[in-house]
Design a protein around this ligand. Sequence first.
Ligand code: TXA
Ligand code: MG
Length: 364
Amino acid sequence: MSTNSTALQSSAVINEAVQTLRDGGLVAFPTETVYGLGADARNPDAIKKIFTAKGRPSHHPLIVHLSAPEKYDVAQIDWAALVSPWVRDLSEEALQIINAFWPGPLTLVFKKDKSVLNEITGGQDTVAIRAPAHPMAQELLRKFKGGVVAPSANCFGKVSPTSAADVRSEFVGMLDLMVLDGGDCEVGIESTIVDLSSANHALLLRPGAITPSEIFTKTGIKVSQTGENEANNSGTNIPRVSGSLRAHYAPTTPLRLYAPGRVLDALSEFPDIKSRVAVAVWDSDSSLGEDGHPSVYFEEVTVPSDSAAFASRLYRFLRDLDQQGWDLILFPEPPAGEEWDGVRDRLQRACFGSGPSSSNHASN
Ligand code: TXA
Ligand code: MG
């Protein structure tokens, strides 16, 4: 009974969200990766509101979110028909990847249909598309019957939100922002992005829960991992992926990684720190014990040693620790291995952008 009334209630709220989108407003909604800040992908004025709310440069392109019609059998979805209003020349390989991974935490970049607004693509001739698996996102998109552009619902350069409360704390000034509450995000880091816009090769633009090996295992298609950083961090190209900026996903408390058993080395960069340091330790490891600097108070926070579980809670840890007034946050370096690439990428950028000084955010 209570489940039913919850479902009814959220349906009414979703209808209101659909109307808000139709009226050119913004709606924050849950996906399985992180919360998105959505707008009608065919309405340039609505899209502009996203850039203003986030403080995001207007040439950073957005992902179009699509959903299949209701009561589908996943194997029966005609994805080619669904993406056709957005994509030019859908290849057989692209369709194979789509059939294997959608709906899910995978964004694909295609050559765009000419009707796709420049406001979405930053003037590029490609468009990024994803079909989220979260039931509330699907219901919203199905009822809206169109594409919804949605970047992560955080201010530019900051940690992505993984709960409705996180979204509200990012946009405290926007009292009228509609936020759909779908609970905590399961995947916890943003979708994997693969560029399929070049005829010859698939290219990984952003690592995430779905790895190139998984794509290869399920489809036989090889996704190349190189090229991303050269193209995006050279300073000469348009940043096709804003998450590729060195400073991103960043807390305001300084954050550093430590190598196994090397907590004190990580501290040497901060000779003035005399007080409180939060140290994340693997749940599989024994505690740091006496490994503390005498003048420093360490508090240990246990983090999962399984990559998916770690990803699921990474932004929660960063946000919560950032609120607790530590002088420094230390995280263990993620181990080698492709399943850790998404987490390692986010942690490294978070370290680079962290700290109260805005100097590292100059490009943001
Ligand atoms: O998991 C996700 O992907 C979340 C949820 C809300 O769906 N969204 C998300 O959006 O992470 P955002 O805007 O924070 O990051 C999307 C990335 C951006 O870095 C953007 O540069 C890249 O996708 N992107 C969008 N369109 C692109 C294109 N045409 N070519 C290359 N990269 C593109
Ligand atoms: Mg983002």
